[in-house]
Design a binder for this molecule. Structure first.
Ligand SMILES: CC(C)(COP(=O)(O)OP(=O)(O)OC[C@H]1O[C@@H](n2cnc3c(N)ncnc32)[C@H](O)[C@@H]1OP(=O)(O)O)[C@@H](O)C(=O)NCCC(=O)NCCS
Length: 299
C-alpha cells in the first residue's frame, strides 16, 4: 500500500479526513464497533462537496460547533488493485458542544497508547498536516534565517542559481528582498525549528504580465522527500487563485530529475528548452522552461 499527497483539485474523491486541533491537542474519535481510535473523517455523500463533507463529519464526529477548515491536499491510498483519493483537511476548533447522535462514542485528545484504526494510513496523513502547518508566509524577522538558508542551499545543491560561496548578499539586503517579495508576490517558508526551505513567486509588474508568476523553490537536503515540495506548491496555488494569477512559470535544469518530476506532478508542462542556459563546473547545462495555466474565477 502506498500513501501520497497531491494537488488539491477537481477529481473523483471518496473520503475526507480532518486532522482536528482543539486546545492545542489533536482529537481522535472512537467508532461504536471498534476499540481503536482514528482521526475524524468519512465518506463524501452524493451531492456534497468535499468541504461540506468535512464540515458535516467534523460536527458529527466531534461535536465541533465553530472551527476554521483548511484543505491540505488530496491524498491517495494505492493498493495493488485500486487507488482511491480523499481530501485531507486541517481544522482548528474553537468551540465544541455535546456529541450528536452518531456512530462515534468517544472523542479524546491523542494519546501515545492509542491504537490507531488505520495505522498504515492515518499517521502518515497526520504527518502531512504537521508539515503543512510548518509552512507560513515569510516575515521581516526571517532575514537572518533566510540568509543562512540561502547560504546552506548554495553549498548543498548545484541545481540552483548561485555557486557555493558566490553569494555576496548581506542580511540587510535579504531583509529588503523580503520587503519586495511581500509587495510583488509571495514567499512561503518551512519553519520547523528554523527555516528549512522556501517557495517564492514574483508577479509580473506591468499590466500585460500581471497575470504571470515566476516561481523558485528550494529546501535543505535533510528535509527533501517529505512532501514539503508538494505542500509548498499547494499553498502557492491557493494564493495564486485568490490573486487571479493565470500563468505560473519556472525554469529547471533538465537533469534535475527530482525537480522536473515534482513540477510535472504539480501540473506544469515543458514549453521548451533553453539551450546552454547555465555553465556548471565547466559544462553547459540546458534548462526546461515550464508553465502551468490556472483557471481564473471572476469572484
Ligand atoms: C526538488 C525539490 C524542490 C523537491 O521537493 P520535495 O519536498 O523533495 O518533493 P516531495 O517530497 O513533495 O515529492 C514530490 C514529487 O517530487 C518528485 N521527487 C522528489 N524527490 C525525488 C527524487 N529524489 N527523485 C525523483 N523524483 C523526486 C517526485 O515526483 C515526487 O512525487 P511523489 O510524491 O509521487 O513521490 C527539493 O528536493 C529541492 O529543493 N531540491 C534542491 C533544490 C532544487 O532542486 N530546487 C529546484 C530548482 S529548479
Amino acid at each position: 500500500m502506498k500513501i501520497n499527497i497531491h494537488e488539491t483539485k477537481e477529481r473523483s474523491l471518496k473520503y475526507v479526513v480532518i486532522a482536528a486541533m482543539y486546545n492545542n491537542e489533536w482529537l481522535m474519535v472512537k467508532h461504536k464497533d471498534r476499540t481503536t481510535y482514528e482521526i475524524p473523517g468519512g465518506h463524501i455523500e452524493v451531492g456534497e462537496t468535499a468541504l461540506q463533507a468535512a464540515e458535516r463529519e467534523l460536527y458529527e464526529e466531534t461535536g465541533a460547533l465553530s472551527f476554521e477548515l483548511l484543505a491540505v491536499g488530496d491524498y491517495s491510498v494505492e493498493r495493488y488493485d485500486s487507488c482511491n483519493y480523499g481530501r485531507l483537511f486541517y481544522a482548528k476548533i474553537d468551540t465544541i458542544g455535546s456529541l450528536p447522535d452518531s456512530e462515534i462514542v468517544d472523542v479524546k485528545p491523542m494519546q501515545a497508547e492509542f491504537k490507531w484504526t488505520y495505522e498504515k494510513i492515518q499517521p502518515i496523513l497526520l504527518q502531512y498536516v504537521k508539515n503543512f502547518l510548518s509552512i507560513r508566509e515569510v516575515e521581516l524577522k526571517d532575514a537572518r534565517g533566510l540568509y543562512e538558508l540561502f547560504h546552506q542551499l548554495d553549498q548543498e545543491t548545484k541545481y540552483m542559481m548561485y555557486e557555493a560561496d558566490e553569494r555576496q548578499t548581506t542580511i540587510e539586503e535579504v531583509r529588503h528582498r523580503i520587503e519586495m517579495i511581500r509587495k510583488n508576490g509571495i514567499m512561503y517558508v518551512i519553519d520547523d525549528n528554523g527555516l528549512g526551505g522556501f517557495i517564492m513567486m514574483n508577479k509580473g509588474s506591468c499590466n500585460r504580465i500581471k497575470h504571470v508568476g515566476y516561481i523558485v523553490i528550494g529546501m535543505k537536503l535533510s528535509i527533501a522527500g517529505q512532501k514539503y515540495g508538494t505542500l509548498l506548491f499547494n499553498r502557492l496555488f491557493e494564493y495564486s487563485k485568490l490573486n487571479h494569477l493565470h500563468r505560473l512559470e519556472l525554469s529547471v535544469m533538465t537533469h534535475n530529475l527530482a525537480g522536473v518530476s515534482l513540477y510535472k506532478k504539480m501540473g506544469f508542462q515543458i514549453e521548451g528548452i533553453k539551450n546552454d542556459a547555465m555553465l556548471i563546473d565547466g559544462e553547459y547545462v540546458d534548462e526546461y522552461h515550464m508553465s502551468k495555466l490556472l483557471e481564473v474565477s471572476n469572484e
